[in-house]
Design a protein around this ligand. Structure first.
Ligand SMILES: Cc1ncc(COP(=O)(O)O)c(C=O)c1O
Length: 396
């Protein structure tokens, strides 16, 4: 039962290894595996899996309209919970398939005309970079790509790079909250402030922060934000959340219009009319947000950061290793990138898997070249230490 992991009153969960071992047991991960690829896909907890399976069986046992009447109220309850966790209102949340679909809803949905400029960074994910380039080709927009310092040394350095790219033709500015490449955390609130002053749309890619950091979107002040349930939120595959600020919703055209569409749909709901949806999966998003809230996003973030710090403190000591992620908490989140400049990346990545059963990601070339380690609350400090030792062995 999910409830069994609730911290006893007075226990500071992030510092209590027994508590986190209990959290780990909520996941069906192989014992013989060190899974450090949260930035790509996370396992779902048993509670989420059970709820998803229960809903799926119920749907297939009785697909009648009558049995399915329950889904709208359940989806609305789920929407309220996600909105509350993110500090916004339910009307500002749409359930999409993933971060990519959320980003593309904005890319294709916002009115822009020839000559308008879009500011992106060189480390934006393709869903928030190539998507803009495709729209630019179609509509004569200009995409300005700002370089990303590796590693980043200050918030000001990041802000300066973006600010220098702004011109009177700029209409949109969009970054990854935390990048999947070198794990730099962009100062989202400050960028949103700049966007407001220049009347720009600011889309924030939340793939590496939704379910990882204790994000309050109202405080950040961005215009839109998207994340995937199957990454850090530890939810079902191919489900995601798109937030659009209330006053901006009328400015987004829906990419897909089908049965269920109406001009009277309230808020961001107009952006999730995709025809028949996978209702059991969407409603399993409620168990996903329940689990995060049960542990507490403050505790999730603290633990995730503690694991990342443990890894970085070990990696930075390895001769022949170069950390590409800043150890400064204001400049990083849960994504850690380390390069071994004297080694090829693919054999190093293979050795971690073949000799140690450590699952990570790697980038073979470019300025984000390196091994990517991303731990979450189902990992242990011991796993971080074993990973650092394995990288040391490969580096030597
Ligand atoms: C920063 C970032 N944005 C977007 C995505 C796309 O996520 P999805 O494939 O779930 O849409 C990813 C995936 O790794 C990512 O890291």
């Amino acid at each position: 039962m999910v409830q069994s992991i609730q911290a006893a009153p007075g226990i500071a969960a992030p510092e209590n290894e027994d508590y986190w071992r209990m959290v780990k047991r909520q996941f069906p991960l192989d014992d013989n595996l060190i899974y450090l690829n949260a930035a790509n896909v996370c396992p779902a907890s048993r509670g989420v899996l059970d709820r998803h399976a229960e809903l799926l069986r119920d749907f297939q046992a009785n697909p009648s309209f009558q049995n399915r009447e329950k889904y709208d109220p359940l989806a609305e309850r789920c929407r309220k919970k996600w909105a509350s966790m993110l500090g916004v209102t339910a009307d500002e949340i749409a359930f999409v398939r993933n971060t990519s679909e959320g980003a593309n809803t904005i890319v294709r949905g916002v009115d822009l005309k020839a000559g308008d400029e879009i500011i992106v960074t060189a480390h934006n994910h393709p869903s928030n970079l190539d998507s803009w380039k495709v729209r630019a080709k179609r509509d004569g927009l200009v995409v300005k790509v700002v370089a990303v310092p590796v590693p980043a040394t200050s918030k000001q350095q990041l802000l300066d790079g973006l600010q220098q790219a702004i011109t009177p033709r700029t209409r949109v500015i969009t970054v990854s909250h935390v990048t999947n490449t070198t794990g730099v955390m962009y100062p989202a609130k400050e960028i949103a402030g700049i966007a407001r002053r220049h009347n720009l749309w600011m889309h924030l890619d939340g793939a590496q922060t939704l379910g990882a950091l204790d994000v309050n979107l109202r405080e950040i002040g961005c215009d839109s934000y998207a994340g995937s349930a199957h990454k850090w939120p530890m939810g079902p595959l191919e489900a995601g959340v798109l937030y659009v600020r209330a006053d901006r919703i009328p400015q987004v055209w829906p990419a897909i219009v089908t049965a269920g569409w109406s001009d009277n749909l309230v808020g961001a709901r107009k952006l999730e009319v995709f025809g028949q949806r996978d209702n059991p999966r969407l409603v399993a998003l409620e168990a996903t947000v329940d689990f995060l809230q049960l542990v507490g996003m403050r505790h999730v973030e603290a633990r995730m950061r503690a694991l990342a710090q443990r890894a970085m403190r070990g990696l930075v000591e390895i001769p022949g290793a170069k950390l590409k992620t800043s150890m400064e908490p204001g400049l990083s989140g849960g994504v850690v990138k380390v390069d071994l400049p004297a080694k090829e990346m693919k054999p190093a990545y293979d050795a971690l898997w073949q000799r140690h059963r450590i699952s990570i990601a790697n980038t073979a070339s470019g300025d984000s070249r390196g091994l990517r380690i991303s731990a979450h609350i189902y990992n242990t400090m011991e796993e971080m230490d074993r990973t650092v030792a394995a990288v040391r062995e490969i580096a030597g």
